[in-house]
Design a protein around this ligand. Structure first.
Ligand SMILES: [Zn+2]
Length: 577
């Protein structure tokens, strides 16, 4: 590749649209350009790097025994209705209409499509196991595309779907994908680690995400350094000490345990903070926070300690559906005859009450009285509140004790690059991917689903691997491994002739080389080469050439002089290491 013949529109200035380092560098290095919000064009060098990530993914999927196919991006809505996701995923489904005004779906994922394929093909356990994958463009009606390739409306995914006859078979398929993912991210030069992820309405242990630690990541990971466990915050649990029942710091010294809660006026007090302040002085951990949610069209009360936050992913697991939302003010008033800030569950029998485990056994608590301007104190959960469900519903906070060893948990931000998920029989039942087992009995196939964001992985590499001058590509996915930089480019000069010879030698050995044949100042060319981030730079100038030497530099390392005849072997050696 010759610089003057390709298209690398590097930028000196950082475009205003970019917020994070990797997005800035993708634009500045001339790898991508924006067409519209969440829609990007890959320019020649960006596409080269993307193809290299794809190739690594492909090789590792093939090695794990998965079979490459290609399914349509455009899908009939009927299969989405059949799986139930036409409703549950409607917030992100892109729709299209044909000339007859018939509706179509632009797939954000392909569980429905692959299961429909298998329902037509699968008949016997002898055909199993199977794992199919594709590398394909997907669509998501993203409300707020941001961070370049991190969150887009159109994106490239590798998605794989395993079909097994038994749970053991599915577990083995899952483990194979786990191992393949570990190799893929290693080969891409990415420091990624697996965390336990939320399984939503599925339950069970089979869900992991591969995460890349990054300040700018949109996920939060809870980790215990002592027992080396990590989990997505959606899934993470912690041990929280119970509030001791005796230490009742209610207002005044005269507060004693009584047979029933005591109502007291709290005019204008509608927040946890206000009740924690003078003159009431009720610490947040002594308050019961009452939330009203509409779960499957019915109002439900959710109770948490005043200092805790609801984790909606855990609520999904607890109630077995993601079809819920916070109630609107009118719905709250209809349900409890009071406004937010004065709500409580004492004596409530007409609505289900779901309580977080941290409240179990709590006494001497304060909560809203379901009468505006009043609260109740001396509330004893076991005595005064009828909870239909006790569950872990709260968001873990940094510093809370690990459930396994009790040491404090830490929270860090990360970018999700891959996801493994045991689907079970949800889709095979809904879409009839059935087979006859050894005893001739009809069974639904047990499925797994495994995704990798290809472009996101590429950007995560840049986010993790850059310096003030530009990108530091790992050799495996660099657009070109070597940048050959003659400092004079006159075709008949000795410098250019040597550059052409080394270019031909390296290319013949299968090395991706870019020859910077631009007639520009050396400093300008070096800056561009650092910005784009080619791992090895081989510069040839008149001065060093006179001494029989060329300049070799690893990106981010020191420049060294090597003899002309050693240049190619030395580059090959650097590419190996
Ligand atoms: Zn631990």
């Amino acid at each position: 590749m010759r610089w003057t013949q390709t298209f690398i529109p590097t930028l000196k200035e950082t475009p205003a649209e970019a917020e994070i380092a990797s997005h800035k560098l993708l634009l500045r290095a001339g790898l991508i350009r924006k067409l519209a919000g969440g829609l990007y064009t890959f320019l020649p060098l960006g596409l080269r790097a993307l193809k290299k990530v794809e190739q690594i993914v492909r090789e590792e999927m093939d090695r794990a025994g998965a079979l490459e196919i290609l399914m349509p991006a455009l899908q009939p809505p009927e299969i989405w209705q059949q799986s139930g996701r036409y409703e549950t995923a409607k917030g992100v489904l892109f729709k299209a209409f044909d000339r007859a005004k018939k509706e179509w779906v632009l797939g954000p994922t392909h569980e429905e499509a692959i299961t429909t394929l298998m329902s037509g093909e699968l008949s016997s356990y002898r055909q199993l196991p199977k794992n199919f994958y594709q590398i394909q463009t997907k669509f998501r009606d993203e409300i707020r595309p941001r961070f370049g390739l991190m969150r887009t409306r159109e994106f490239i995914m590798k998605d794989a779907y395993s079909f097994d006859a038994t749970d053991e078979g599915c577990a083995a398929a899952y483990q194979k994908m786990f191992d393949a993912y570990t190799r893929i991210f290693q080969r891409c030069g990415l420091r990624a680690f697996a965390v336990e992820a939320d399984t939503g309405v599925m339950g069970g242990k089979f869900s992991h995400e591969f995460m890349v630690p990054a300040e700018t990541g949109e996920n939060e990971i809870v980790s215990c350094d002592a027992c080396h466990r990590s989990a997505n915050i959606e899934k993470a649990a912690s041990r929280v000490a119970k509030v001791p029942p005796d230490a009742v710091p209610a207002r005044g010294a005269g507060a004693t345990s009584s047979a029933a809660p005591e109502k007291f006026p709290t005019p204008g007090v509608v927040t946890i903070e206000a009740l924690a302040a003078a003159p009431f002085n009720v610490p947040p951990e002594r308050q019961i926070k009452t939330l009203v949610y509409i779960v499957a069209d019915k109002a439900v009360l959710i109770l948490l300690r005043g200092d805790h936050q609801l984790n909606e992913a855990k609520l999904t697991g607890a109630v077995g559906t993601a079809a819920f939302r916070p109630a609107e003010p009118e719905e709250i008033f209809t349900a409890l005859r009071a406004h937010p800030g004065s709500l409580g569950a004492v004596g409530v029998k007409h609505l289900p009450v779901y309580a977080d485990e941290a409240l179990q056994g709590a006494a001497g608590m304060t909560t809203g009285a379901n009468e505006d301007g009043f609260h109740l104190r001396q509330v004893e959960i076991a005595r005064d509140i009828q909870a239909a469900l006790w569950s872990d519903l709260r968001l873990v906070r940094a510093g809370e004790p690990c459930v396994h060893c009790g040491r404090p948990l830490s929270i860090q931000r990360a970018i999700e690059v891959g996801h493994l998920f045991k689907l079970g029989t949800k889709y095979s039942k809904a879409l009839n991917a059935l087979f006859l087992d050894e005893s001739g009995k009809q069974q639904p196939a047990i499925m797994g689903s495994y995704g990798i964001g290809i472009a996101r992985t590429l950007q995560a590499v840049i986010e993790q691997s850059h310096d003030k001058d530009g990108i530091l590509w790992p050799i495996a996915i660099a657009p070109c491994a070597v940048c050959l930089t003659p400092l004079t480019v006159a075709p008949d000069s000795a410098v250019m002739q040597l550059a052409e010879k080394i270019y031909a030698d390296l290319t013949a050995k299968g090395i991706d080389v870019i020859l910077d044949d631009r007639d520009e100042r050396p400093g300008f060319k070096f800056k561009d080469s650092e910005l784009v981030g080619f791992p090895i730079r081989l510069a040839i100038g008149e001065k060093s050439l006179a001494k029989g030497e060329v300049e070799l530099k690893r990106r981010g390392g020191q420049m060294t002089l090597v003899k002309i005849e050693d240049a190619v072997p030395k580059v090959l050696e650097m590419l190996q290491s």
